[in-house]
Design a protein around this ligand. Sequence first.
Ligand SMILES: Cc1cc2nc3c(=O)[nH]c(=O)nc-3n(C[C@H](O)[C@H](O)[C@H](O)COP(=O)(O)OP(=O)(O)OC[C@H]3O[C@@H](n4cnc5c(N)ncnc54)[C@H](O)[C@@H]3O)c2cc1C
Length: 291
Amino acid sequence: MIPGPFEYHRPASLAEATGLLAELGDDAHVLAGGHSLIPMMKLRMAAPEHLIDLQDIAELKGITREGSEIVIGAMTTQHDLIASDELAQAVPLIREAALQIADPQVRYLGTIGGNVANGDPGNDMPGLMQCLNATFELDGPNGNRHVAARDFYQGAFVTARGDDEILSRIRIPVPAPGHGFAYEKLKRKIGDYATAAAAVLLTVSGGRCDSASVAMTNLSDTPVFAAEAGAALAGSDLGGAATDAAVAAMLAAIDPAEDNRGPVAFKKHVAGVILKRAIARATKRANERAA
Ligand SMILES: Cc1cc2nc3c(=O)[nH]c(=O)nc-3n(C[C@H](O)[C@H](O)[C@H](O)COP(=O)(O)OP(=O)(O)OC[C@H]3O[C@@H](n4cnc5c(N)ncnc54)[C@H](O)[C@@H]3O)c2cc1C
């Protein structure tokens, strides 16, 4: 299908882009990598009259370290995330997850900002950002504000972002040195969205878990930060009983729907299996890195 007609705008600065968005209102959408928006336009499920392309805005690109945080510009591509050795050193979970998104062609254009702003429960980065306790910066006519990734998602394709705001940067607290991490994703085939995915981050000392964070993808109409699952692991020996308790807490937090990826019972089963795998791999890594 061919998208409906639209006017194309290519601002050179964030201020120009937010000005255009405020002026054009609901009729305008920002365009990042286009790998979610353009397919929606081709299906006529989105029909913006104006597209504001963020491609030329240099201040929205790049990965920097600011004290104890990694700051990633919204227009940084998934390929850029994978290619950054500094990011892989500080927050290795991001490279591991980004490598499981789609295929290289999509990752060369798809951006982290588009992935988290989209609000699609199938996107991998939102759950990942909740696991990492990231904060999203939003810029609009009333200036700049910060929203925690854990508070950002309200429903499928509904977020805390105002229509006149652009998601400009993502701030990620650098996890403790030697932390364990894993992103486990089950998909029907290479390049597919998740049937279920689990992000786990944890720290270990003296054989016990000091802290743990768990988030799940595509198992509700929003990503699910499973706080109780993390709490079940924290303070434990990360053995079978603690893992079972974390899985039970996660299952109480998700609400999958039947679709072409399977019935509800199957999705819950898969969610349990991949969370167990993610906890086991994160634990192994934490123990190896601590040794
Ligand atoms: C074949 C295929 C397979 C895929 N598989 C996966 C997968 O396995 N996992 C996964 O996570 N994703 C997958 N994707 C989606 C891909 O990662 C997209 O690139 C991503 O979801 C959106 O990023 P984008 O930069 O392309 O955003 P766009 O498509 O340009 O924008 C998406 C939406 O977000 C809004 N938006 C974009 N940037 C901003 C911003 N900075 N501020 C405010 N609003 C903004 C747009 O207006 C639009 O509504 C797949 C896509 C394809 C085509």
